[in-house]
Design a protein around this ligand. Structure first.
Ligand code: SAH
Length: 294
């Protein structure tokens, strides 16, 4: 067996290879260092026209290891296993690309059941908590009222705390129309640009009216609302929300427990006779409801 030694008994020279051994158009010669495979030239930067095409198509960022639909459907299955069984709610989760609402660095966590930072100390809520709230709204007593379209069970909906706009986007698939208020200008603008992207991604998109303002006063111009949902919790429910809740309507909001035991999810129904009925739906942890705008 040859050990590759030349006649003067010196070991063969392996490095550097002579240039003619490095590559050839036919796929590379076999030199002493083994086969040399010719590689395609790697381009670290895409051509400008290609970047523009991708931007228009709003493609999922490449290289993040995320094929979004199967991952999203797995999240939906976990939600179902956790007790969220309302078909329209599950369908909304299946249709809405949550990864398009979070920063690129967090894309791989977008379909985990976790809250994620969205900037300015705020967070996008956990899917299971959002699902629980949406399901509670979809099961409200006023659903049987003649003006409610079963395909849009949330009717006229008010959201307090737009954040990055994810929950607002889900609401838009379940409501006749949605008004969403945010008190932090930069997040309001972020939600605007996120929804501009989503508008082109999700068919039959129902537009959301985004308002920059203090949600503690609700939004009187489009009141009353069949459903009101708050993504931030205070020590009491603002009177304006109760005033803007339609008969047969349901409000759901985190609220400080009066015995100082953290926040509880509070559900308020306006019964057809106009009276209010309060119930509690478990302990939660939301960012604080604050007054004024920034
Ligand atoms: N639903 C959001 C979650 C946002 S976190 C999402 O899907 O991303 C709660 C948001 O409530 C924060 O952005 C916070 O700024 C906002 N918020 C708190 N108090 C508010 C108020 N009085 N009016 C409007 N928004 C408020």
């Amino acid at each position: 067996m040859s050990h590759g030694r030349s006649s003067d008994n010196k070991p063969p020279k392996r490095f550097p290879l002579p240039l003619d051994k490095v590559a050839s158009p036919s796929g590379g010669p076999r030199g002493r260092a083994g086969p040399v495979v010719q590689r395609e030239v790697l381009r670290p930067q895409a051509h400008l026209h290609q970047i523009e095409q991708d931007r228009r198509r709003h493609t999922v960022p490449q290289g993040v290891g995320l094929d979004s639909m199967p991952v999203r459907l797995r999240m939906v299955e976990r939600l179902r296993a956790d007790g969220i069984t309302h078909t329209a709610v599950l369908e909304a989760f299946a249709r809405m690309p949550r990864h398009l609402f979070v920063d690129t660095a967090l894309v791989n966590q977008a379909y985990e059941d976790t809250s994620l930072p969205i900037g300015l100390g705020q967070t996008i809520s956990k899917p299971s908590v959002v699902g629980t709230m949406l399901q509670l709204l979809c099961a409200r007593p006023g659903l049987t009222l003649p003006h409610v379209d079963p395909a849009r069970p949330l009717g006229a909906c008010l959201e307090v705390g737009t954040g990055c706009g994810y929950q607002a986007a889900l609401l838009s698939l379940l409501a006749r129309h949605v008004v969403s208020i945010e008190r932090l200008r930069d997040l309001h603008l972020k939600a605007r640009s996120n929804l501009d992207v989503i508008r082109q991604h999700v068919p039959a998109w129902q537009d959301v009216r985004l308002v920059y303002g203090d949600g503690m006063v609700g939004h009187p111009p489009q009141a009353p609302y069949d459903t009101i949902i708050a993504a931030a919790g205070g020590s009491a429910l603002p009177q304006a929300w109760l005033d803007q809740l339609a008969p047969g309507g349901r409000l759901i909001a985190p609220m400080e427990d009066s015995r100082g035991q953290g926040q509880v999810l509070t559900v308020v129904d306006r019964l057809p006779d106009g009276s209010l009925q309060h119930t509690r739906a478990g302990a939660v942890l939301f960012v604080p409801l604050k007054s004024g705008i920034t």
